[in-house]
Design a protein around this ligand. Structure first.
Ligand SMILES: *Cc1c(COP(=O)(O)O)cnc(C)c1O
Length: 355
């Protein structure tokens, strides 16, 4: 397809499809292969697979770089952090996805890196922490606190300080934020979330516009073996075909539900960054009431994860790994594409039943 002139919606639908061959499929088939015929891009299934290519092409087109698929978001994170030199400093948000922070803390404990945790929305604090660092890890909005980083400013400062810049773009998606355009070197995705969009896939990706970094990461993927399955990349590419439509609808629902939640006297501090599908709010009654609310709703499912067509919510502190600075009564609400009045009725009913 003819890259840059096309709008993201058109790229989401059309990029990464096979050549139009009479009798050929419109979608890249699920290629199940350990060995492939020599002479092509890959001859072993750990090195490459045509179904991965389809997903990587459409995600790369949307982010403005070249994408590599990994077994999970965390596998993508691991491959990238692995490129940080031994004992070098990594700056990361205190409230990033807790699996990311847990991995960084473990590496710090083992003496592999020096971890500097920051409040990612405190631009001056981040800039100071970047002095002498090898990598700035950004997540914006953060999970679950929904803090917003000034990506352009801190990426510029980090680059000047000699640090590589990675942005976990899982919550925003390339349709709401393109980190490579804002000065980042790498974009990381948990494709398990909005990109796939139907709660049936674990998959990750890294996107970069630097060819040397791309080659290093591809080599890393082959070496570590954290490769995706063909089915997962097929499903994620299919999910991306409707990303713009799902996102518009879920976002409209989230905006309206945030407005109504903010007016409820049983809720305090409903946070919504103005885009995306995630709301985080606190329950005035605290942890016990918040837990009841999430377990007793009818349409909204009590479950972890996020970014699916179905609405889900959970009290984040039920996970022991969640930092103590996340309030005990905070509910993370992943808003789906159901009818907004049905969702609001569900919320009103459950609030009435616990009061
Ligand atoms: C879920 C998530 C991850 C981890 O991705 P997996 O696909 O579960 O490995 C990383 N970052 C964010 C922001 C997430 O929400």
């Amino acid at each position: 397809m003819h890259g840059h002139d096309l709008s993201p919606s058109t790229l989401a639908v059309g990029a990464g499809r096979p050549d139009r061959v009479p009798g050929g499929p419109l979608n890249a088939p699920i290629t199940l292969a350990s060995a492939l015929v020599p002479g092509g891009a890959s001859e072993y299934g750990r090195h490459g697979n045509p179904t991965w290519d389809s997903f990587e092409t459409v995600l790369g087109a949307l982010e403005g770089g070249r994408a590599l698929a990994f077994a999970s978001g965390i596998a993508a994170t691991t491959a990238l952090i692995d490129l940080v030199p031994l004992h070098a400093a990594v700056v990361a948000p205190r409230h990033a996805y807790y699996g990311t922070v847990a991995q960084l803390m473990e590496r710090d404990r083992r003496g592999q890196i020096e971890l500097r945790l920051v409040d990612i929305d405190n631009t001056q604090q981040v800039i100071q922490a970047c002095q002498g660092a090898a990598m700035l890890w950004i997540e914006s909005p953060t999970n679950p606190a929904l803090e917003i980083a000034d990506i352009e400013t801190i990426a510029r400062a980090a680059t000047t300080a000699g640090a590589a810049v990675a942005v976990d773009n899982t919550f925003a998606t390339p349709l709401r934020q393109r980190p490579l355009d804002l000065g980042a070197d790498f974009v990381v995705h948990s494709a398990s979330k909005l990109l796939s969009g139907h709660g049936d896939v674990i998959l990750g990706a890294i996107v970069t516009d630097d060819d040397r970094a791309y080659a290093a990461l591809e080599k890393r993927r082959t070496m570590l073996g954290a490769i995706p399955g063909a089915l997962e990349t097929f499903l994620a590419a299919r999910g991306i075909r409707t990303l713009h439509v799902r996102l518009d609808r879920a976002e409209a629902n989230a905006r309206e539900l945030h407005r109504r939640l903010s007016a409820s006297d049983q809720i305090s501090h409903s946070r919504y960054p103005g885009f995306g599908t995630i709301i985080a709010f606190e329950v005035v009654g605290g942890a016990v009431i918040a837990q009841k609310i999430t377990e007793q709703s009818d349409i909204i499912t009590y479950a972890t994860s996020l970014g699916g067509v179905e609405s889900t919510w959970e009290r984040r502190r039920r996970h022991p790994g969640e930092p103590e600075s996340v309030p005990e009564g905070l509910i993370r609400f992943s808003v789906g594409i159901e009818d907004v009045e049905d969702l609001w009725n569900d919320i009103q009913n459950v609030l009435a039943s616990v009061s």
